[in-house]
Design a protein around this ligand. Structure first.
Ligand code: IMP
Length: 189
């Protein structure tokens, strides 16, 4: 039987207000570092769709920030349908425009073992951008399999599998406005 979504949530880890504040802080740092420059915010589908949209609008509302914000997306698949990473990262959808000569900021929902971001940095770094950096809403630094630089971090996440605000478990929960921990029964089902 499929349980109603809300009854499967054990606790809220980051509220919508926590997320908004973290994004505002990241936007202020990014606005300062990219003042007067044209940037490409490159969201990683599907998890980073909300953080990319909210970060773009927060950045746009800061006077003296980037002179132009271009939005683009690419898609990778790493987790499949499990709550454990397979360690395999695949590009499933490429950017719609070339990033050559552009200041690129990759936007990710969460960094855990680091393999996804390392893959993206290698892939995109090979395309001759003017600069490349990463902004990640949630950092889970406990299980890194590779060291990878993350220039902008929203919040440090507890060592739990979390869902909401773009993050899914088996393609569910992405649309929750907060980040939550699921009840153990969900994984046993
Ligand atoms: P990494 O390759 O382990 O660093 O993980 C990056 C990707 O794994 C993220 O973009 C997510 O799609 C997924 N991921 C990692 N941790 C979680 C989690 O707690 N909940 C949902 N997805 C996660």
């Amino acid at each position: 039987m499929t349980l109603p979504l809300v009854t499967t949530i054990e606790s809220v880890v980051f509220s919508a207000a926590d997320i908004a504040l973290a994004i505002q802080r990241m936007a202020e740092e990014i606005a300062r570092d990219y003042a007067g420059r044209e940037i490409v915010l490159l969201g990683v589908l599907k998890g980073a769709v909300f953080v990319t949209a909210d970060l773009a609008r927060a950045l746009d509302s800061i006077p003296g920030g980037p002179s132009r914000i271009e939005l683009d997306f690419l898609g990778v698949s790493s987790y499949g349908n499990a709550s454990r990473s397979s360690g395999e990262v695949r590009l499933v959808q490429d950017t719609s425009h070339s990033i050559e000569g552009k200041h690129v900021l990759v936007v990710e929902d969460i960094v855990d073992n680091g393999l996804t971001l390392r893959y993206l940095r290698m892939l995109l770094g090979g395309r001759a951008p003017a600069s490349l950096a990463a902004a990640v809403l949630l950092d889970k630094p406990y299980n890194r399999r590779v060291e990878v630089p993350v220039e902008y971090v929203g919040m440090v996440c507890p060592d739990e599998f979390v869902v909401g605000y773009g993050l899914d478990y088996q393609e569910r929960y992405r649309t929750l406005p907060y980040v939550a921990k699921l009840r153990a029964e969900v994984f046993d089902a």
